[in-house]
Design a protein around this ligand. Structure first.
Ligand code: NAP
Length: 276
């Protein structure tokens, strides 16, 4: 093993952006700790002595510790953590169970914090490391029926910004990648859309949101393109915090920045054909 080869640990590497990121770093010559909930079902990842497939469920603290230990045992050092695991909980809040509310924040926020915490002693000892948190355009703006997903991604943005100052004290950089739509399992198997048709008042909105979300994901960027942005964020050596990924992200976040709240909300209401 070449001692100068760098190592990345990625959560949610079974599919979509996580898998594309694992492949991209591997192609760039990195060691990759590709973690996922069910490594026995992994597919599409290059078999290589520079790739360690190991189990990590961000809701299971023991599995986080074991995955970090396995990565360190195999490669001796971890340079970059990519907190990618996540899914989208959407739907009317009234229709959503306390369990689903908790699961969304568990996976997208508490799991990310726990995985970061697990790596910090190692990064602090090395006085070096990069944490790349996968947020979303949805961490800077919200769609209707997304109180949970956007609540979680806004949390990722806020905690990352605070950690950026804190971790600079130990030589560690924090980065946030903000994809727009991406063609992955996110709009299918990873979309937890909760509804209750008896709540008739919300049903027109439910139909409109479903009509916008699906196409947004379907017409989105290839995850391979966003993986390149993750790699840039991890390696550019700058103090830049946020990286918009994909043309729709650049366009929508540009509009968000250029608009006051009232005009941006009107633009969203127009996009979702909401009469106000
Ligand atoms: P994806 O293909 O569905 O990938 C999501 C990954 O998260 C899967 O590997 C899934 O693992 C993993 N995961 C879910 N719960 C987990 C848990 N408890 N522990 C560990 N891993 C868990 O979707 P994706 O689009 O690549 O999503 C990756 C990231 O991009 C997410 O943070 C998402 O919010 C963000 N994002 C996506 C889009 C989009 O339009 N696709 C846009 C902006 C941001 P399993 O295979 O075990 O389920």
């Amino acid at each position: 093993m070449n001692n100068t080869t760098k190592t990345v640990l990625i959560t949610g590497a079974s599919s979509g952006l996580g898998r594309a990121t694992a492949e991209h770093f591997h192609a760039q010559g990195w060691n990759v700790v590709a973690t996922m909930r069910s490594p026995e079902r992994a597919s599409g990842l290059t078999a290589s002595d520079r790739v360690l497939l190991t189990r990590l469920d961000v809701q299971d603290a023991d599995s986080i510790r074991s995955a970090v230990d396995a990565g360190l045992e195999r490669f001796g050092r971890i340079d970059v953590l990519v907190n990618n695991a996540g899914y989208g909980a959407y739907g009317p809040l009234e229709a959503t169970s306390p369990e689903e509310i908790r699961r969304q924040f568990d996976v997208n926020v508490f799991g990310l914090l726990a995985t970061t915490q697990a790596l910090l002693p190692h990064f602090r000892a090395n006085r070096s490391g990069v944490v790349v948190n996968v947020s979303s355009i949805g961490g800077r703006m919200a769609f209707p029926l997304g109180s949970l997903y956007h609540g979680a991604k806004f949390a990722v943005e806020g905690l990352s910004e605070a950690l950026r100052y804190e971790l600079a004290e130990i030589g560690v950089a924090v980065k946030v990648v903000e994809p727009g739509g991406m063609k992955t399992d996110f709009g299918g198997r990873s979309l937890a859309f909760t509804n209750d048709e008896e709540l008739t008042e919300y049903q027109p909105l439910v139909q409109k949101v479903l009509g916008v979300l699906g196409p947004l994901v379907e017409s989105g960027s290839a995850p391979e393109l966003v993986a390149e942005v993750v790699h840039t964020a991890a390696t550019d050596g700058t103090a830049q915090l946020r990286y918009e990924a994909g043309p729709d992200a650049v366009q929508l976040l540009g509009l968000r920045r250029a608009s006051d709240d009232a005009s941006f909300f009107t633009a969203i209401e127009t996009q979702f054909s909401l009469q106000r």
